[in-house]
Design a binder for this molecule. Sequence first.
Ligand code: PRX
Length: 629
Amino acid sequence: MYKKSIDDPAGFWSEIASEFYWKEKWDPEVYTGNLDVTTGPIKIEWFKGGSTNICYNALDRNIETGNGDKIALYWEGNEPGSDVKLTYNELLEKVCQLANYLKHVGVKKGDAVVIYLPMLMELPIAMLACARIGAVHSVVFAGFSAESLAQRIIDCKPKVVITANAVRRGAKAIHLKDIVDNALTESEKSGVPVGLCLTYENHLAMERGATKWQDGRDIWWQDVVPEFPTKCEVEWVDSEDPLFLLYTSGSTGKPKGVLHTTGGYMVYTATTFKYAFDYKSSDIYCADCGWITGHSYVTYGPLLNGATVVIFEGAPNYPDAGRSWDIVDKYKVTIFYTAPTLIRSLMREGNEYVTRYSRKSLRVLGSVGEPINPSAWRWFYNVVGNSRCPISDTWWQTETGGFMITPLPGAWPQKPGSATFPFFGVQPVIVDEKGNEIEGECSGYLCIKRSWPGAFRTLYGDHERYETTYFKPFSGYYFSGDGCSRDKDGYHWLTGRVDDVINVSGHRIGTAEVESALVSHPQCAEAAVVGVEHEVKGQGIYAFVTLVDGVPYSEELRKDLISTVRKQIGAFAAPEKIHWAPGLPKTRSGKIMRRILRKIASRQLDELGDISTLADPSVVEQLIALGDS
Ligand code: PRX
C-alpha cells in the first residue's frame, strides 16, 4: 500500500475517498491538485471540485449504514460516577439543534465561531455543528488566559463565542466564563465586538446563579438550543472550503492560525485513524485530548470511522493515579491514546495504581505530543499493556492534520522510542544544514517531500508567513521544525524541536511569546527563554531575566513575573525557573546567543563552546555565578 501511495497518489487516495459521501465528485482531471511544494506560490489542493460535508460523513452516513444506535461518545466526568453517553442518532440530533440555533442567530457558511470549552460532550457537538453549516470553528484550549483568548478572537473575528460557565479539574473549579468576559472586553476595545456568548451551564462545576452575566450578549445554551429542531439540512461545501482554524505557536510572538480545509482533511484523518490504530468496529477508543488531537483523533477521525469514543473531563490523577485504568476497565477500552508526559507522571506513582485494574480489554496503545523516552515506552508497554499491546508512537503536528510517521500495529517490529516509518503517501526526508537530503543512517532536519491530503493550506490571513516559515527554510520541502535521526534499519527517531518552540507536556509554546509576556512587566528590561529537560514534562521553561536599572532582585518579583506569564498566556506556560541576568550573552550585532543560554540552563558548563565572539564575554561568568541563586 505504501508503494502504491507513492507511485500513484491520485489512484491511491481517490479509491479511499470514494468510500465517503460526496455531493459532487471531484474532477478527476485536476484531482491531484497541487502536490508540488518545490515552487512558490504554494497552493495545496486535494479533491478539487468535489463537494461534501464532514459532519454528514461522520454522523448521517454512519446512521444510514445501520449504526444509529451505536454509542458514538461516552463522557466520563471529573467525579467518578458522573457519566453520559450518546448514540450516533442522539449525537446527530444534538448537533442539528445547535446548528439550527447558530443559523438562527445569523451564522453563515464561512463565518468563524470561537469555541472555548473544556472536555464536555458539547465540545465535539459544537465543532460538528459548525461543520454542518459550513462555519469555521476555532477551538481555543481552555487553559489559555483571557489575553490569549482575546488575541485569537481579534484575529479571526467570530460571530459567536461558545463556552461553559466553569469546569472542574481534580479538586479545582475553573471559572471559564470570567475568562471569556475579560477576553470579550479586551476584543471590544480593539474594535472586535462579539455580539453573542453562548454559555453552557456545567452545573456540576458551578450553578448558573453564581455566574457573572451580561444581559443581551450572554445566553444559556440550555435555554435556547434544546428548543430547535433535531434535523438540520447539510451545507455542502467545496473540498477546499475551510473547516477550522487552530492557533499554534511559532518562533515569533504572534500565534499562527493554522487553516485546514474539508475534503483532504476528512479523508486523511479517517484513514490514519483506521490504520495506525488497526481500528475494528468493535473497538472502544479513549484519547487524552488537547488541541489538534481533539480535532483529528477525538472528533473527526474516529467518528468518520463510526467508532465509539470515550472522552474524559478530569485530571488523570484524580481521585488518584489509577483513574485512567479505572476508565479503561469501566468502558472496556481497547485503544488508549495518550501523551508521554502523562505516562511519565503516572510511572512515578508506582505500578500498583495500574495493576489494581485488569486492563484486559486493551489492544493497542498510542503516544503523541513529544518524543517518548525508551524507559517511559517500556513502562507503557510492559506495565500498562502487559507486554501484549503494540504502541503506535504517532509523530505529527497541528499543521500536518494527521499522523505522518507512525507504526502500524503488528506490521513491523517496534523499537522503544522510535516513531518508525511514514504513513501512506508521506515521504519524509532528512536534510543537512544546507538543505541536502541525507541518505542512510544520519541525523538532521525533518522535512516532507510533496504534499499529503491532511496538510494545512495556509496561515489565516498571512500566506506569506506560511511560505516563509514552512517552505523557505529548505527549498522544495515542507519543513517540520523537528530534528530527526534515521538508524541503519531506516527507523525514524524524533529528537525534538530545532526552532524557538518549547514543548511542555505536549503543549507547544514559542519562546518569543513567553519573552514578550515577561517584558510587559514594568520592572523587566529584557528576557530570553530557553527549554530545559524536565523529568515529567519533557521540557520546562527556563527564563533569563534582566531587570530595569536599579530594581533589586527579590523573591516577590520572581513570583510576580511568573504570574504575569500565567495571566498573559496561561498556567501551562509558567516558567519553571527565573534566572536573574544582569546581562545577556549577545553577539556584537546584538543577537542573543541562545546556544550558550541553553548550556547554562542545563548546567553543561564545559560545553559552552566559543564565547569569544560575544560583545562582552564576562556576562557568561556572571550568569553562571547567579545560576544557583
Ligand atoms: O516536536 C514535535 C512534537 O510536537 C510537535 C507538534 O506539536 P503540536 O502541533 O502541538 O501537535 C501535537 C500533537 C500532534 C512536533 O513538531 N511531537 C508530536 N508528536 C510527537 C512529537 N515528537 C516526537 N514524537 C512524537 N510522536
